[in-house]
Write a protein that binds this ligand. Structure first.
Ligand code: ADP
Ligand code: MG
Length: 398
């Protein structure tokens, strides 16, 4: 179902409530207030914010941050994000220390057209995650128009992502949401072949649906990270002390069988006795000794995966190949990042998503060479699996 976008509405003189994804990592400080440690998600929302300001609407921004558990928590206040946004757009960004209520309504009435205000963390109210009707109505009462630009939380049916849309006259997609849906629809519904999927990260159980669907649509699925050991153990290999999800062995086996040779697993591994930066790492072919754990893909696997990516027309990557946070186990992930970027230079359409994957991509210096870097983790996987996204379903039909 097609949904309305910013192009379908006139925002002039309107109170435009924009659900952004400002769930950004903060850097703590003992001496002063916290600051934004990584502003990628804030920058991703700028096209929508600028559109509303340029067209003389009042931009009222709402977001969650972290997991305050339905209680106010000063450590998770969005106040420092308002300041950071202000420096990015070179405009004053007002901050409302409440997410809803009479004081917020009054402050909004005092806004001039073309100005911007950020509301406090929606998750300070237990009604947010509960998708409580009165909280959704309170948000809706602040708005003439609702815009959802928070792709990263579109898989959640919360008050500010889904419930609110029911109580406004018109609810549309923001620019980031449009861009995400366009890129992800392309890889999910009509990818060019050969299509190579790369899946890694910590758990098979997080990504079962994506593995199933991608092993049907992709020509190859290259598996790395901890999840490869659940597959390898299911196939009867010795994986030593590597992380295995014992309750998923049957599922891994049946996914592997159903994929009929599309799934590729690592043939060698970087191992150590613990996932620590100081650990002494070595490479093993095949079976892993009992006291060692696999923490990165080995050099032969890197070579095989690089060859598989050569000539790809579509590449989708979610999940690091190893514990890239520590130098001895980062090489596999860095090599894959470069290989995906090289394939993109050669004409592939590439999508990379997932919080840790995007951070690893940044570490590799290849971010700008990727066709689409998604702001979603869970939302990306849900979309690729063909699941519904409540934050999109709730919007007005085009
Ligand atoms: P994303 O956030 O990109 O979806 P995940 O959260 O699924 O990725 O996985 C990332 C985490 O997986 C990283 O913290 C990384 O250290 C961990 N990881 C990767 N490979 C291994 C491994 N072999 N053993 C243990 N942890 C691993
Ligand atoms: Mg993660």
């Amino acid at each position: 179902m097609q949904k309305r976008t910013l192009d379908d509405i006139d925002v002039r003189d309107k109170r435009v409530l924009i659900r952004v994804d400002f769930n950004v990592p903060l850097a703590g400080s003992n001496t002063g207030p916290p600051s934004v440690a990584d502003d990628a998600r804030i920058r991703a929302s700028l096209p929508t914010i600028r559109h509303v300001l340029d067209k003389d609407g009042k931009a009222i921004l709402t977001s969650h941050l972290g997991r305050p558990g339905g209680q106010p928590n000063p450590d998770l206040s969005l106040a420092c994000v308002a300041d950071h946004l202000g420096t990015l757009i070179e405009e004053r960004v007002r901050f409302s220390s409440n997410a809803v209520g009479d004081t917020v309504e009054e402050a909004i009435n005092g806004m001039s057209d073309g100005s911007v205000m950020l509301l406090e963390n929606t998750r300070f109210d237990s009604g947010e995650k509960a998708n409580d009707e009165s909280f959704a109505k309170a948000l809706a009462s602040l708005a003439d128009v609702y815009v959802n630009d928070a792709f990263g939380t579109a898989h959640r049916a919360h008050a500010s992502t889904a419930g609110v849309a029911e109580f406004v006259d018109v609810a549309v997609m923001g620019r980031l949401m449009e861009k995400e849906i366009k890129a992800l629809t392309r890889v999910r519904d009509h990818p060019d072949h050969p299509m190579i999927a790369i899946l890694g990260g910590s758990k098979v159980s997080d990504k079962l649906g994506a593995i199933r669907v991608l092993s049907e649509t992709a020509d190859r699925v290259l598996v790395g990270g901890a999840m490869s050991f659940t597959f390898l153990e299911a196939l009867g290999r010795e994986v030593g002390a590597s992380r295995v999800e014992a309750d998923r062995l049957d599922t891994a086996q049946s996914l592997y069988d159903a994929a009929e040779h599309a799934i590729m697993l690592p043939s060698d591994h970087v191992v150590a006795d613990a996932p620590e930066a100081e650990a002494s790492a070595s490479v093993v072919e095949g079976d892993i000794p009992e006291d060692q754990m696999g923490l990165d893909i080995g050099p032969s696997t890197i070579e095989t995966y690089r060859d598989a990516l050569d000539g790809a027309a579509t590449v989708v990557w979610n999940g690091p190949m190893g514990v890239f946070e520590h130098e001895p186990f980062a090489e596999g992930t860095m090599a894959i990042a470069h290989a995906v970027a090289d394939a993109t230079d050669d004409g592939a359409f590439s999508v990379v998503g997932g919080g840790d994957s995007v951070s690893a991509l940044g570490q590799s210096g290849c971010t700008d060479r990727i066709s689409h870097v998604s702001t979603g983790g869970g939302a990306l996987l849900t979309f690729l699996e063909g699941g519904s996204l409540p934050g999109i379903d709730a919007l007005s039909d085009a």
